[in-house]
Design a protein around this ligand. Sequence first.
Ligand code: FAD
Ligand code: SF4
Ligand code: SF4
Length: 398
Amino acid sequence: MVNVIAEKCKGCTKCVKACPFNAITMEGKLAVIGPSCTSCGACVDVCPFDAIEKTDDATHTVDISAYHDVWVFAEQRDGKLLGVAIELLGEGRKLANDIGCRLCAVLCGENVDHLIDELFAYGADKVYYANKPELKTYNTDAYTKTIYEAIKTYKPEIVLLGATHIGRDLGPCLAVKCGTGLTADCTKLDIDPTDKKLMQTRPAFGGNLMATIVCPRHRPQMATVRPGVMDKPQRDNSRKGEVIALNPVFKDGDIRTKVLEIVKSVTEHVSLTDADVIVSGGRGLGGPEGFELLRELAKKLGGVVGASRAAVDSGWIDHAYQVGQTGTTVKPKLYIACGISGAIQHLAGMQESGYIVAINKNENAPIFEIADYGIVGDLYKVIPAIMEELDKLESSVV
Ligand code: FAD
Ligand code: SF4
Ligand code: SF4
């Protein structure tokens, strides 16, 4: 942590120019360090009056007893709540019950009042609602200011966000402003029964280890969770709660970017997280044309196509289809892995699927260790045979 010693500061402004993060402003003749300070220490050496000191972060503590409640960022797009926000409400409910506190949702947008009842129905006890034209579409500055001010005022002890593009942008901005940590891409969250702290588990070292991270001295404890990892709670329309209006005031210069147009790319339509059936292809397909066969099978089963990173890296299919640690985490009812060996980084994204079927010509492929049904054979023979059987089944039903 970096502090200005007021009695020593002469107001020479050298530190203001030296700060690479524009974190220092002058209040009269006194340098003041703002929340965007990263503790890089660049200003400490330039001060000719030794008026800036850097202290060990370990000694910097906040009064953690002042922080209560679990907050979930209720991410919405075009007035529709994202699936991951609902999943986080389910997980947040368990954490709040374990701690013995309330579960709250933070909703930002313009005229998205209809989502409030939905948030209550999925478990929120309270909804903090910021209804402003500036918040209609996501904007880093506007959302950060709104939620940071709410965190400062209401002091939640835990803040959870989806590890979506927006959550991955917003989470770190909030964490820096709050001077706290953030664990990204958690796969498991628990409360330590001894001290009620949040235990945040995520894969580390390329997925070979699971690391559990705690944030003992700073608040809030913040984590992002990938879509599809946690279970959605049951909806209960009889649940009601309290709404607290947030009223951020945006001054000129607060919002540094302007959204001119939103262009939806084709790949955004891939909804791996919502699919009940995924037919995934790997390097064993041998080329991009293999995905045509998988698409045919997926269509017959009412599902979608997925891919391993090897297939994506080979340029056979877009990254939006990638399943795994650096792709999407999925939990369909049925996952069919075709020509995929079963590397740990792939398994990390699909091993929670209901039924796993593996088709691989190598009987020793690791994918068979987690598969419920394994078919040893050439996928170009096995898949047409499966489709033939499905056709027979269909015509016998008709
Ligand atoms: P391979 O391992 O080459 O396996 C191909 C399989 O196809 C083989 O088992 C072979 O027997 C079989 N086969 C070949 N021909 C046929 C045929 N005609 N019929 C049937 N079977 C056949 N990978 C991911 O998938 N997702 C990730 O998110 C991911 N993230 C990663 C992150 C990091 C940090 C690292 C280091 C790696 C990551 N990887 C990820 C890569 C991962 O380690 C593997 O390299 C990758 O999953 C292998 O893809 P694959 O199974 O398609 O290819
Ligand atoms: Fe004050 Fe030192 Fe900054 Fe000059 S460089 S404004 S004396 S803190
Ligand atoms: Fe700026 Fe680094 Fe000094 Fe913080 S420590 S005020 S970021 S120069």
